[in-house]
Write a protein that binds this ligand. Sequence first.
Ligand SMILES: O=C(O)CCC(=O)C(=O)O
Length: 187
Amino acid sequence: MQRGIENNTGGRHFYRPGFLDRSAADQLLSRLSGELVWLSETFSLYGRTSAVPRLVSWFGDPGLNYRYAGSDHLSSGWHPELDALRQEIHARCGLETNFVLLNRYRDGQDSMGWHTDDESGHRPLVASLSLGGARRFLTRPGAGRPSVRWDLEHGSLLLLDGREPHSLPKTRRAVAERINLSFRFLE
Ligand SMILES: O=C(O)CCC(=O)C(=O)O
């Protein structure tokens, strides 16, 4: 299935730095940050409502709904550049997708906690494209095993099994803004 992507990590992941070359990655980052509508979502814990520490946007085949963390994410169609990108991922990696979730991390205080993407019925393989400042990404391959660390570079693509716990911790380092695009197949 992963035609064109080597298993270069000794595990279940496939990491391709430079999946997009520098100039393509720069252009895409600038268009997405300038043109998309970015939403700030909230979550409630123990009766307290807080802002999710990142901004989100999403696209997909019309009528799909990616529901996670108690929120609906209904798609009404594709941004043309993101549609072209998902077709490129299909052509180069053999991975078919019908939805993309975009997370925008404004600085090192924006983050994503440990979670799995195992919503019932969805295909587990996710193609994760990173743009902007490189951030540390962690995956946990199994109970009692140490986390694996990734520094996801500008223009890189990581194929991962969304059922494996993963997170993007906060950092005190000065980091440039980052946008992550996770292409998925919702059933
Ligand atoms: O920003 C990232 O690299 C992580 C995104 C992620 O974990 C997710 O979309 O489930």
